[in-house]
Structures are given as structure tokens and as C-alpha cells.
Design a protein around this ligand. Structure first.
Ligand SMILES: [Ca+2]
Length: 489
């Protein structure tokens, strides 16, 4: 767009008034004109290859909620939680109604967002814990590294959850600044880190959202003059949930609703700051969630709205996340995109936006969403492989979804009981709640979907071992004593 307007300005320069020039001046001016024209032609031919100048690059603000459900925002149908600021993004931008997270749990979902790659390719199938000695490989190329290479200031505020040892932390993955809790807020030793150091050992969780908001506003304040990438990854509404005192008792859905209303306030503060600085028109803002609601937490977990199941499962409630994006003047307001898109798509989309080459030495699974965002177009592909941990559990192609047989899960205090099922076939357009198995009446479609799914899995190729996310108990002390006892006897 910016390039287009530059061209118009160039054309104005070529005006020469022939009538009042002497022949020598005229020849000299014609020569100059020829030079200018030649330069213009060369630049026109290369137009698509010229990376945008730093000053033309948009800021990117990516706001991520943790375990926010599909039914927890006003613009996605919630009537008991007020989210006017997030609704504003949908109203003044685009709402994605079939936006899929890379995984139904935290760490793999975040790895997919930041690299554009299926987390299974990186061996990130489950979540990291404070005792994990593994993390996302520093050799992975993150969005922050891409944007930094184009002159961006990059900051992450909030939950990282891709490994907390120094080599896995944000500063080693392309971020200039980090403030936040390095994993989930229900894990032992909840601390605030700044950069690579622990800054606060006693985190009062009631003020996490407020603190993250203040840190984000400070980041915008100190980087307003250069393009910046702010990744604001809230810990809320992951359990245990907390809201600041002024938000308590304000929503129509108890503490959970209060927490979401505080998150919405936070979004409003960011929008207000961008407006005050006069940079809202030069900022792409995305709001999304890392996975579906943690339903086993009952009223402290969110709602998947009309979708089936939630976090930890590959029914739509686990992976379809409420997603909105706005960029004033660039994204037409009030759009709804109903076809499939994924969290991994932001990687190639942002690469395109800033004129960065998509890495060629590795598979990037995301697809560029530029035509969806800026041209009312469609995403290049409409397929998706559903994974939970290391299990490939389903496949989507357009409106159709097939789920492989599931042995059932008896339920624990942290994971909901879900019944066993045979192969399931759904048409998500007519049945987003996955209520009616169409397998019996669509044998041809079923066979085609199974073939397509098998091909997709085959094309994925061999996958690395899952990185150990939780170390087993070290029982060597007991084993030593038992061994000793045997010898003594
Ligand atoms: Ca999560």
C-alpha cells in the first residue's frame, strides 16, 4: 500500500514544461528525465523484492490469554462477561471463528505460535515444568528473531513456558526484553523474572494482570519511535484464577468472569496507549488464546460455548480459540473469517508483512494470512492434523473432521473424564458442536478423509522423541538401601 502511494508521488516529478525551455536546457532535462525513468523502471520491477524501510514497518502487538474458552468473550457470544475492548478489535477488524491453536495444551501451542511449526516437529508434545531441564531448542527461529532482524524492538511480558533454563529463555530466542512468570501460575515456585534473573519471589497473583499491563505500557512508551513487537502472554485465566480487588464481583460469571473483564480492561489500556501515542494506525493487534478452557476446573475454568470438550482434548473445544485482529486502515472493519486458520499462520504472515524471507532450511507449517487480512481472500490450505501429546487424533479438511478411535479417559483431578469413541466423522459447518457422527451415512467421505489423513501423517515424516517435560522421581536412594539390605542378608 505504502509502495503504491510512493509511485504516485514519483509520477508528479516527471512534469516538464516544453514550451518555455531553450533547446540545450530541454536536452539536458530530457536526459535527466530518461535517468529518472530508468531508475523508476528498475525500482518498479524490483518493487516486490524491496524490503520495507524501518519507518514503514508496523508495530505488532500480540495478546495471548491462557486457557480462555471459545465462549468467554462478548464477540463470541458470551452474555455474562463484558469484553467491550476485545469486541472493539473484532468490530474494527476481523474475527476468526474457526481459528485453531497448534495444540490443546500450553507449551506446544506457544511453540507453534512462535515458530510457525507443528510442535511435534520440535518434540514439544507436552508442557514444561519448573523441574524440566529441557525447552524449545534455541536453534528454532522465532517470530522475535525474524522481527529483530528487520530492526524491531522485541519484548515479551508474561508467561513463557518454553523452558526456564537460561539458554531456553526469551533473551536467547530473539527477545530484547522479558518480564513475567516463566511457566504456568499453578506450578511450584511462581516467580517474576526480568531478563534472565528472578526479580520477585513472592508473586501476589491478584495483581498479575495489572502488573503485566503496566509492564506492557512501559514497553510501548520506551519504544514508540521504532517498530516494536510486543508479545503480551497473560497467565490468566489459567487456574488458580485471581482478579484485582476493583474487578471482583463485577461480572455475571463469578470470579472467572471478573478475571476476563480485567483482561479486557488490559486490552483497553493497550489500545488507549497506542491511540495516545498516535501509533494505533501503524499497529497490528491480535488477541487470541493458547488452548480451550480447562473444564475439569468447573466454574474456575472457562466455557467452550457451543463446542465439545476443552483443553487437553482434540475436540473443537480444546483447540478452536477465539481470535480477533485489527489494524486500522489496513484490515477492513467488521469482517468474519469462517474458514480454518491456525496459530502457526502468524509466523509466515508477519514474515511477509515485514519483508523477511521465510526460513527455507526447515518445514514451516503455517500459511500466510495476508490475503485473508488485507484482501478478503482465503487461506491457501484448509487442512489440519490434530495432536494431543504424541497422539495423532484427528484430521480436518475444509468443513469435515475425522477423529480416530479413542480409548476413553477415566478422569483425574486435572483432566476431565471423556468417554471412549469409535471413528467419528463430523461436518463442522453444520455441526460445530461435534454432536452427530456422519460416518455411517458417508462411507465414501470417510474413506477419502482417512486416506488424506494418512497421507498428511506420512508427509510429516519421522518425528523426534518427545522432550522430557517432567523428570521422574529419583529413587536411587531407596534402591541403594534395598540393594544394601539384600547384601547384608
Ligand atoms: Ca493454556
Amino acid at each position: 500500500m505504502l509502495q503504491k502511494s510512493n509511485k504516485e508521488e514519483c509520477i508528479c516529478i516527471f512534469y516538464i514544461d516544453f514550451k518555455y525551455q531553450d533547446p540545450y536546457t530541454l536536452i539536458s532535462q530530457m536526459k535527466n528525465l530518461a535517468c529518472i525513468l530508468l531508475t523508476f523502471l528498475v525500482f518498479s520491477c524490483k518493487e516486490n523484492q524491496i524490503p520495507p524501510k524501518v519507518s514503514e514497518l508496523p508495530n505488532i502487538v500480540f495478546i495471548f490469554a491462557d486457557d480462555l474458552g471459545y465462549g468467554d468473550l462478548g464477540c463470541f457470544g458470551a452474555t455474562d462477561i463484558a469484553t467491550p475492548n476485545i469486541d472493539r478489535i473484532a468490530k474494527e477488524g476481523i474475527k476468526f471463528t474457526s481459528f485453531l491453536s497448534a495444540s490443546p495444551v500450553c507449551s506446544p501451542s506457544r511453540a507453534g505460535l512462535l515458530t510457525g511449526r507443528m510442535p511435534q516437529r520440535m518434540g514439544i508434545n507436552s508442557v514444561f515444568f519448573p523441574e524440566s531441564f529441557t525447552g524449545m531448542d534455541p536453534e528454532e527461529i522465532t517470530l522475535a528473531e525474524i522481527l529483530k532482524s528487520k530492526g524491531y524492538r522485541t519484548g515479551v511480558v508474561g508467561k513463557w513456558h518454553l523452558g526456564h533454563l537460561e539458554k531456553f529463555l526469551p533473551l536467547n530466542q530473539g527477545f530484547d526484553e522479558y518480564f513475567g512468570i516463566p511457566y504456568s501460575n499453578d506450578m511450584s515456585s511462581v516467580v517474576y523474572m526480568r531478563g534472565n534473573e528472578v526479580e520477585e519471589f513472592e508473586v501476589d497473583q491478584r495483581f498479575i494482570t495489572r502488573t503485566y499491563t503496566e509492564e506492557s505500557l512501559k514497553f510501548i512508551d520506551s519504544n514508540e519511535d521504532e517498530p516494536f513487537f510486543l508479545y503480551l502472554a497473560h497467565n490468566m485465566p489459567h487456574v488458580p484464577i485471581y482478579a484485582s480487588p476493583e474487578f471482583e464481583g463485577k461480572s455475571g460469571r463469578g470470579l472467572y468472569g471478573d478475571v476476563i473483564q480485567e483482561l479486557d480492561w488490559s486490552v483497553g489500556e493497550v489500545l488507549k496507549k497506542l491511540e495516545e501515542k498516535g501509533i494505533l494506525e501503524n499497529t497490528l493487534i491480535v488477541f487470541s488464546s493458547d488452548n480451550g478452557p480447562w473444564l475439569v476446573m468447573e466454574e474456575h475454568g472457562g466455557s467452550a460455548g457451543p463446542l465439545r470438550e476443552g483443553k487437553q482434548f482434540t475436540f473443537e473445544g480444546g483447540v478452536r480459540v477465539p481470535t480477533v485482529a485489527m489494524w486500522k486502515g489496513k484490515i477492513d472493519p467488521g469482517q468474519t473469517y469462517e474458514n480454518l486458520a491456525t496459530q502457526m499462520d502468524w509466523f509466515p504472515t508477519f514474515c511477509k508483512l515485514v519483508g523477511a524471507e521465510i526460513p527455507q532450511d526447515r518445514e514451516i507449517d503455517g500459511k500466510d494470512l495476508s490475503s485473508v487480512l488485507f484482501e478478503n481472500g482465503n487461506r491457501e490450505s484448509d487442512t489440519f492434523l490434530y495432536y494431543m501429546l504424541s497422539s495423532q487424533e484427528g484430521y480436518r479438511e475444509g468443513d469435515w473432521k475425522i477423529k480416530v478411535p479413542f480409548a476413553g479417559f477415566g478422569g483425574t483431578r486435572g483432566m476431565k473424564k471423556v468417554d471412549a469413541h469409535d471413528t467419528l466423522l463430523f461436518n463442522l459447518k453444520n455441526d460445530p458442536g461435534e454432536t452427530t457422527n456422519l460416518l455411517g451415512e458417508n462411507p465414501e467421505k470417510t474413506a477419502q478423509m482417512i486416506r488424506a489423513m494418512e497421507l498428511a501423517v506420512m508427509q510429516l515424516g519421522p518425528l523426534p522423541e518427545s522432550k522430557i517435560s517432567r523428570t521422574p522421581a529419583d529413587n536411587s536412594h531407596f534402591e541403594y538401601l534395598e540393594k544394601k539390605k539384600k547384601i547384608d542378608n
